[in-house]
Design a protein around this ligand. Structure first.
Ligand code: ZLM
Ligand code: CA
Ligand code: ZN
Length: 388
């Protein structure tokens, strides 16, 4: 096993619990908590755990969950019947459908990934970490009293609420291929949280169907949340060069104007090329460059996971991004170590497979330069209304 040198005076904490990985959404469901096992195996085979403070996370308490979720929703989530066949389960709170099935241990699963994000946020609040990581979190669609899109409890909202105890302004950035609607909605009416989501948007078909460029916050006069929601709607096939340019340009301008004192980055890996549900041509390198850019801002940073439905690519991305957080990315051999568990899943034995290796034929890029320039100039205009 390799040993990574821990950079002096720079602290990264890794929050996880192996119990989370053992849950199953059901046969053929795209969300596979097991992808976390694959990612952890890769991270550890590079020896990266030796350069972080590692914590086995605990269950979020009822009281902590109630910071965002309603009591009746939490009651139902806790007692929802496992035995009932899918088609007989009542669809209360959007639970029990094919997207958000009720499965064994559901409430423990939710409490564990939420506990990890809350712990991670607290490490940032008391300056015990500069970057805190929870790859099992990032479940951005969950609402106050509703499950949505594979998400039941919104760990991101709970973590941001922790950060707001110490931090005047939090910037939330979401690079999952889906719109971060649950987080956006939770902080819709406050100017202490700016939400920025990049996502596939086609006005109708692609889940959750929201996130157009003109969705910028409440338009009621005098509402402090006005202009504090930022949405970057994208088309199929966007590549690394375009994606990273948009990310740096827009995040750079948001940071200049909003002056966040903490950043939460949702690193959904379904924006990668070859994802089972995604539509983009983003590669592990480009995805990681977004993390590196956030790190370079030297603002306390919470990294959470999110989507990601081709497990080998999820593992590659989150391992690479862990190495960026630690600062050992340049030292890693891109060839996946021989002793990596489940190495047979990495048919191309590199952290950075080419588009041809991933896809055979890359997806057609439907994003024109003109459209991307329009997005940047519209958001630049929007940010004229934002002050720190
Ligand atoms: N049908 N099985 C992203 C959340 C995306 C809603 C259309 C379900 C699926 C999908 C489930 C095994 C995040 C929708 C889809 C079929 C109504 C979505 C179970 C395949 C399967 O094979 C499947 C029987 C299932 C679900 C595909 N669902 C693809 N896309 C989205 C939710 C979550 O990545 O952003 C964060 C973790 N749901 O499009 C339907 C409208 C349900
Ligand atoms: Ca997104
Ligand atoms: Zn997603």
């Amino acid at each position: 096993e390799n040993n990574i040198v821990r950079p002096k005076g720079y602290k990264v904490s890794w929050h996880s619990n192996p119990e989370i990985e053992k849950h199953h959404f059901g046969h053929a469901h795209p969300m596979k908590p097991w992808r976390l096992t694959l990612a952890k195996g890769l991270i550890m085979s590079y020896g990266m755990h030796t350069a972080m403070d590692t914590y086995v996370s605990r269950l979020a308490t009822r009281e902590e969950l109630e910071d965002f979720h309603s009591e009746d929703y939490l009651d139902y989530l806790k007692t929802a019947m496992v035995a009932m066949p899918d088609d007989e389960t009542p669809k209360d709170y959007n639970l029990g459908g094919s997207d958000c099935p009720i499965f064994e241990g559901l409430f423990n699963y939710c409490s564990m990934y939420a506990g990890a994000s809350i712990d991670a946020a607290r490490k940032l609040c008391n300056n015990e970490s500069d970057i805190a990581i929870n790859w099992s979190g990032g479940l951005h669609h969950a609402k106050k009293a509703e499950a949505s899109g594979f998400c039941y409890v919104n760990d991101i909202v709970l973590a941001i609420l922790q950060l707001l105890r110490k931090h005047p302004r939090v910037l939330y950035i979401d690079i999952d291929v889906h719109h971060g609607d649950g987080v956006e909605e939770a902080f819709w009416s406050t100017d202490r949280v700016m939400t920025l989501s990049m996502h596939k948007y086609d006005g109708l078909n692609f889940f959750p169907g929201t996130g157009d460029l003109d969705r910028t916050g409440p338009d009621s006069e005098g509402n402090p949340g006005a202009h504090h929601a930022i949405n970057v709607p994208l088309s199929d096939g966007i590549n690394d060069e375009q994606y990273v340019w948009l990310f740096k340009t827009i995040v750079g301008r948001c940071v200049d104007k909003f002056q966040p004192t903490a950043i939460v980055l949702q690193c959904g890996a379904d924006s990668l090329a070859g994802d089972r549900l995604g539509r983009f041509n983003v590669q592990v390198q480009g995805h990681g460059t977004c993390v590196a850019y956030c790190k370079s801002l030297n603002i306390p940073l919470l990294l959470v996971g999110g989507g990601g439905y081709t497990p080998r690519n999820v593992a590659r991305a989150w391992a690479h991004e862990t190495s960026i957080a630690i600062g050992c990315d340049a030292d890693l051999d891109p060839l996946i170590p021989e002793h990596t568990p489940y190495r047979e899943h990495f048919r191309h034995n590199t952290l950075f497979p080419t588009l041809e290796q991933i896809l055979g034929e890359p997806r057609v890029n439907r994003n024109t330069k003109k459209k991307l320039d329009e997005i940047v100039s519209t958001i630049t205009e929007q940010l004229r209304f934002v002050n720190a």
